[in-house]
Design a protein around this ligand. Structure first.
Ligand code: GUN
Length: 303
């Protein structure tokens, strides 16, 4: 059996169209659009390209978008003052500080300074708590886990009572997706196990999974024999394993990306699987847009 491919690139297009339509309807009725600010400190090329894509996507769906670039040597005090300014700005519903920050700035202090009701990354401890409680308390799920859950739902994978095994316990992916999948409700209500570097027999746990979510950052960690036949496999790994000439411009080198799962072998066993690239990756920015829209809807009392 060859697995069905769950393509983030296609799901992204559907969701962005839905968001754009909702933004247009809100604009008509309330004369307001969601506002997103991205704060970039320094000019790290990878961060700059992520932020540029976030701003382009925000523009595409009809948001007010602000890219605020700051010098690499901005003081922590001035960065905190900038966040305070956007916390108070009524036209801004989402504040994103692109990580990593330079070493002289306390990342935790900065993230904790963002108004939790504008924390569209979902990294603030208040939002982590809200996520854990779930139900009515939930405000913003972090973007990558939110994208994973959306893909599982849209691929029609049964989650109710399913055995979900999450590989990796990061604060950004592993812990939140595990919490989300065990909540009551749509796209969840699963029995969840998290495996990590301290786990004794990772393979035995993975083999039980109806849904296997891998976010370990180790290329090819999950072998085909770890996969239960017919399982849904979500590969969050984006590992740069080399370089190759670009298709569009052969003089330019681009990264060769590999997931945490041995994709070619796994697709012969799994029921459905996300490719790398083109799987989970495109969903993260999409869910940032969804969170920013959600933030405005909360403010308008229409969520
Ligand atoms: N740097 C890499 N990924 C992310 C992300 O999802 N959010 C923020 N704020 N910074 C990042």
């Amino acid at each position: 059996m060859t697995a069905k491919l769950i393509k983030g690139t296609e799901i992204r297009e559907q969701i962005l169209e839905e968001i754009a339509a909702e933004v247009a309807a809100i604009k008509d009725k309330f004369e307001v659009v969601p506002g997103l600010v991205t704060i970039l400190v320094g000019q790290n090329p990878a961060s700059l390209s992520y932020v540029t894509l976030k701003i382009q996507t925000a523009h595409r769906v009809g948001f007010k978008e602000v890219q605020d670039s700051q010098p690499v040597d901005i003081s922590e005090e001035n960065l905190l003052a900038l966040i305070d300014k956007y916390n108070k700005d009524d036209s801004i519903n989402g504040i994103l500080v692109q990580l990593p920050l330079p070493g002289h700035i306390d990342e935790k202090k900065v993230l904790n300074a963002i108004d939790p009701d504008k924390d569209v990354d979902g990294f603030h401890p208040v939002n982590v708590g809200r996520l854990m409680i779930g139900g009515d308390e939930l405000r913003f799920s972090p973007c990558t886990p939110a994208g994973i859950q959306e893909m599982i739902i849209r691929a029609g994978v049964e989650t109710d009572g399913a055995e979900v095994v999450v590989v990796g316990r990061s604060n950004i992916v592993g812990k939140p997706i595990a919490n989300m999948m065990l909540q009551k409700g749509k796209g969840a209500n699963s029995t969840v196990t998290i495996v990590h570097t301290g786990t004794k027999n990772m393979e035995a746990h993975c083999k039980r999974a109806d849904i296997l979510i891998v976010a370990a950052g180790v290329p090819g960690l999950v072998k085909p024999e770890w996969i239960k036949p017919g399982a849904c496999v979500i590969d969050v790994g984006v590992n740069r394993v080399g370089e190759k000439p670009s298709k569009n411009d052969p003089k330019k080198m681009v990264a060769v990306l590999k997931g945490d799962v041995d994709f070619e072998a796994a697709r012969e066993i799994a029921g459905s699987i996300t490719p790398v690239p083109g799987g989970v990756g495109p969903m993260t920015i999409t869910m940032l847009m969804k969170n920013t829209l959600k933030s405005l809807k909360f403010k308008l009392g229409i969520q």
